[in-house]
Design a protein around this ligand. Structure first.
Ligand code: DGJ
Length: 721
């Protein structure tokens, strides 16, 4: 619900459990008043208290007013010395700005955002227009609140209302302020094979900046920032989340002012950013999903999961059963031919697997990672009879077929590069920086995106394909486009991301029956921007069930379980050389979109039996994974256990996974208290055949049998009357 109180010019946005209050002060500045637990539209009360730092219109001394004035869109070079939200650089080089309220409107639904991922529907939107006193920049702030959710979606649009161009040197999506900075800041940092590891440190004075400058949201820092009060745990205490619906270079900042106030901002990374706005042009910033929880981090995660499933992920897929796939990459890498693939495909029969995914190596001259990227036509020398032969073999075994692409990339040893060397991002005279022997295509250019679209759609049209894995294996360097004029080179990173969205949008619209999976050297582009197009993402190249427990835990902080592709792979694990029982690998992988990443033909008879059990079990739990609520119980970062459970919305079913992470010398009975059940219901535990009330299971707990290191336990609970 969104209301406006005319007398005090106060806006009140209400979600399920939060209030967001702001007002237009007497000098016309839009100020944050309150963001947190429910409050009332007590405009007179706020006014009588002097509201925070209302400057006197007749005396705009910055030391008295602007330097600590809370702002919903902070201006630059005019007395607010904290980080600005936007920098508008005029033709004469002047950069001072002062944004003031002009008008607003409130309507049902979400704002229109074209060319970028966004909340698709629902909610109520407040649109506030501000105007810069010193330039022709007009700023539209969009706020969408949802009655059934604790998220608030924000972005900003900047319009050039003048007749001369100006340059945006920063154009963040949002700014908000809290009265104190007494929080710990959570970031999800990492690297290849170890993505989204939660790191929590107290905030101090000054600015903390989380960012990616890599052209993707990155393994290294996820576009998410959490703020946790000192007493915040999984289940109690206040916390906030700020999540960008964006897949490119981003920045999120938290700045504690000299008097201890906290300003939070973020959007497209402004490092070497410069966006030229001609007269009449508009810059639209990516959406940010703010979330408030008074009931701990677990509740914040469930709010994010619900929001992404209900409003961001494509409705045709958000709650649709995901296929159990087998991918041959770890089994063969590039070394395969029909025979090797047929062995794996034939071995899938009877195991409960739905889809075979052919990974890297099927196209062009792709026998190693030195060649072939960009040539999206089948290598018939390697695959006799082309894709059809493999697809027919899949069909014979009752499997659907999936195919790997890496659309944004090119090898110098490729027909595409030989024909269009200037299509790769490069700058004449600057040494090329390669990664995995490949270059990045210049997706700021429409002709490049069009060409890749044509090649890919030909393959997808001509073959019976049910699944596409879209990979992206290097970051952007040299930051230069041969097609952009000098004064627009600062647009490269964002335009590249828009090019990726354009291709993803066109392909997913043209082939609605194909399930697209995102991937970027594992989970290097795991963000809600990608989830708008691809309902699931390969979580990490690290499939070791010890490491995966950590990666999946961290990822679940702000993404739903159903968005994480999780596969059982061989042991010793190819990345960590650790050996973990097959059953445990299955248990951990069952907490996501499930599958296998190994040579099925080399499995032992015992492993085949376990596979049948795992896929059958998965049919029992996939509804929970798709639609249920996650409760994190024992953290792989701090406990000897990894333990998570998923509970259906109606509380009738639950699924618990426990993995012993560190062995101990003695058997000391362990009890784990369950969460999220209905205290009034009675539950039957399938594996132990025991029955107990939700109240007992949550207040007392269940005993975990003795498990040695890396052994696991799964429990299925259902209500009995
Ligand atoms: C990186 C991905 O994460 C892997 O799963 C695999 O697809 C390889 N790329 C193939 O090159």
């Amino acid at each position: 619900m969104i209301t406006f109180e005319k007398k005090t010019r106060l806006f009140h946005l209400r979600g399920k459990n939060y209030s967001y209050l702001m007002y237009v002060n007497q000098a016309g500045f839009l100020q944050t008043l309150h963001y947190g637990g429910i409050a009332e539209s007590d405009g007179e009360f706020f006014a009588a208290q002097g509201a925070p730092f209302a400057p006197d219109a007749s005396n705009w001394n910055f030391d008295m007013s602007f330097s600590e004035m809370p702002s919903e869109y902070a201006f630059f070079a005019h007395g607010d010395f904290r980080e600005p939200t936007a920098i508008v650089s005029r033709e004469d080089g002047g950069v001072a700005s002062r944004f003031r309220y002009v008008s607003h409107k409130i309507y049902r639904g979400v704002p229109e955002v074209s060319g970028m991922p966004h909340a698709r529907s629902g909610g109520e939107t407040l649109e506030i227009t501000l105007k810069d006193d010193f330039s022709p920049a007009e700023i539209k702030l969009n706020y969408t609140a949802f009655e059934d959710s604790d998220v608030l979606v924000r972005n900003a649009e900047i319009l050039n209302t003048g007749d001369r161009p100006f340059m945006l040197k920063r154009a963040f999506s949002f700014c908000t302020e809290l009265p104190d900075g007494k929080f710990s800041l959570m970031r999800l940092h990492g690297t290849w094979g170890a993505e989204r590891s939660p790191d929590v440190k107290p905030l101090g004075y000054g600015t903390v900046r989380l960012q990616s400058m890599r052209g993707t949201s990155s393994h290294q820092m996820n576009p998410f920032m959490g703020l946790l009060r000192a007493n915040c745990t999984e289940d109690e205490g206040e916390c906030y989340g700020f999540q960008l619906v964006y897949s490119g270079s981003f920045a999120l900042t938290a700045e504690v002012s000299p008097i201890g106030r906290l300003r939070l901002q973020g959007g497209v990374n402004d490092m070497n950013f410069g966006w030229k706005l001609e007269a009449g042009e508009r810059f639209v910033s990516p959406q940010t999903v703010l979330c408030y929880s008074a009931d701990g981090l677990g509740n914040l995660s469930r709010e994010y999961a619900d929001f992404l499933r209900n409003y961001v992920i494509h409705p045709d897929y958000a709650f649709r059963r995901r296929p159990v796939v087998v991918n041959h990459w770890e089994a063969t890498e590039f070394n395969y031919d029909n025979e090797k693939l047929f062995e794996i495909i034939d071995a899938a029969k009877g195991l409960g697997i739905d889809t075979f995914v052919m990974d890297d190596g099927w196209f062009g001259a792709r026998d190693t990672d030195f060649a072939g990227l960009g040539d999206w036509y089948v290598n018939e020398k390697k695959l006799k009879g082309g894709l059809k032969a493999v697809i027919d073999r899949c069909k014979k075994n009752g499997l659907k077929f999936g195919l790997w692409f890496e659309p944004e990339m090119v090898n110098e040893d490729s027909d595409l590069y030989r024909a269009h060397p200037d299509w790769a991002i490069h700058q004449d005279g600057v040494a090329l920086c390669r990664a995995r022997n490949q270059l990045v295509l210049d997706f700021t250019r429409k002709e490049v995106v069009d060409h890749i679209y044509e090649m890919m759609s030909k393959v997808l049209k001509e073959n019976d394909i049910g699944y596409v894995k879209w990979d992206m294996n290097r970051h952007i360097t040299e930051n230069f486009s041969a097609a952009l004029p000098p004064d627009r080179q600062g647009e490269l990173m964002h335009r590249f991301t828009l090019g990726v969205y354009d291709l993803a949008d066109r392909l997913t619209r043209a082939f609605p029956e194909i399930l697209f999976e995102g991937c970027a050297s594992g989970g290097g582009r795991f963000d809600s921007g990608m989830l708008y197009y691809f309902p699931q993402i390969w979580t990490s190249d690290d499939t070791d069930a010890y490491e995966r427990a950590k990666i999946q835990w961290g990822t679940s902080i702000c993404y739903p379980l159903s968005s994480m592709s999780c596969h059982v792979s061989v042991c010793p694990n190819l990345q960590t050389h650790r050996t973990i029982p097959f059953a445990t690998r299955g248990a951990v992988a069952s907490l996501g979109a499930f599958g296998y990443e190994l040579n099925l033909a080399e499995m032992s008879a015992e492993e085949r039996e376990l596979t049948k059990k795992q896929t059958a079990d998965y049919l029992k739990t996939d509804e929970l994974i798709l639609k249920g609520d996650l409760y994190r119980i024992c953290s792989p970062f701090t406990d000897d256990w990894f333990c998570e459970m998923v509970v259906s919305k109606d509380k009738k079913n639950a699924y618990l996974v426990c993995e012993r992470l560190r062995g101990v010398p003695l058997y000391l009975p362990q009890t784990v208290r369950l969460k999220g059940l209905d205290p009034e219901k009675k539950y039957f535990i399938e594996e132990t055949k025991l029955t107990a009330s939700g109240r007992t299971l949550m207040n007392h707990g269940i005993a975990i049998p003795y498990l040695t290191e890396y052994e696991s336990m799964i429990l299925h609970l259902r209500e009995i009357k």
